[in-house]
Design a protein around this ligand. Structure first.
Ligand SMILES: Nc1ncnc2c1ncn2[C@@H]1O[C@H](COP(=O)(O)OP(=O)(O)OP(=O)(O)O)[C@@H](O)[C@H]1O
Ligand SMILES: [Mg+2]
Length: 231
């Protein structure tokens, strides 16, 4: 039984929106404030090969940026080479995803940390296994009992994709604690308005805005910790 652990699950309005970039900033911020924050990702596809070994790029980036002292391989359960949805990568490599392994790997990784920041794959609707024993990303979030933080782009179209992402998560009884707007430019009138309308339409706070190449997250450690559930 793991006690007094906190955590949040970082999802996004889609793939390549900035989950890894923002997660690294969150963990860096927490670790700089002496909070022993860690990282976990259930399934990563599109891994690259170095000296014959598959490298989970997301975990490597987060660990390097935030100073997590574990090897990236210890932070990801399933690492696949094809850059396709995890369910298809798992089929192609004949290594099906098991929910039980994800739970046990997550809790094992969590023994090294006080706060866990988990990163999803793709967006909120992401199949990890189809057919018999279907596993969707939302099943993982539910099983880990974590609330979510949505990373969204500040650009045109974000009102639609962010509101839909939040509504879908809530429909699955997943609590959405906050939103982070990525690639945000405070001088851009549309970005500022997107922020305002998303908060109005979802009733979920935008806890931070991240600009291009930002290296520090402008949010307090206390706010970040308040977003996390005890797991
Ligand atoms: N604020 C930013 N400033 C500069 N580059 C960024 C920013 N946000 C994201 N990027 C870049 O955009 C690309 C996609 O971001 P990232 O890898 O974080 O997306 P992701 O949501 O984690 O993708 P995946 O679904 O593959 O996990 C990366 O090359 C990343 O470095
Ligand atoms: Mg990523």
């Amino acid at each position: 039984m793991i006690k007094n652990k906190k955590g949040i699950f970082v999802t996004a309005t889609g793939t390549d929106v900035g989950k890894t970039y923002v997660t690294a900033l969150i963990i860096k911020k927490l670790r700089e404030s002496s909070v022993n924050a860690g990282y976990y990702k259930a399934a990563l596809s599109g891994a690259y090969r170095k000296a014959g070994k598959l490298i989970p790029g997301d975990a490597e980036y987060v660990a390097t940026t935030s100073g997590i002292p574990l090897s990236p391989e210890a932070l990801v359960s399933y690492i696949y080479e094809p850059a396709v949805s995890p369910h298809l990568a798992a089929e192609l490599e004949k290594r099906p995803i098991e929910l039980q392994k994800i739970l046990s790997d997550f809790h094992h990784a969590a023994t090294h940390f006080d706060v866990m920041i988990a990163e999803g794959s793709g967006g909120i609707v992401c199949p990890l296994r189809m057919g018999n024993n279907t596993i969707m990303l939302t099943n993982v979030i539910q099983a880990l009992q974590l609330p979510v933080l949505i990373v969204a782009n500040a650009e045109l179209g974000t009102i639609n994709s962010t509101v839909l992402t939040a509504a879908y998560a809530q429909q699955q009884n997943i609590s959405v604690k906050g939103i982070i707007l990525n690639q945000y430019n405070c001088k851009n009138l549309m970005h500022r308005d997107n922020k305002k309308q998303i908060e109005r339409l979802t009733n979920i706070p935008i806890v931070a805005c991240v600009s291009q190449n930002e290296t520090n997250l402008s949010v307090s450690t206390e706010t970040l910790l308040n977003l996390c559930n005890t797991v």
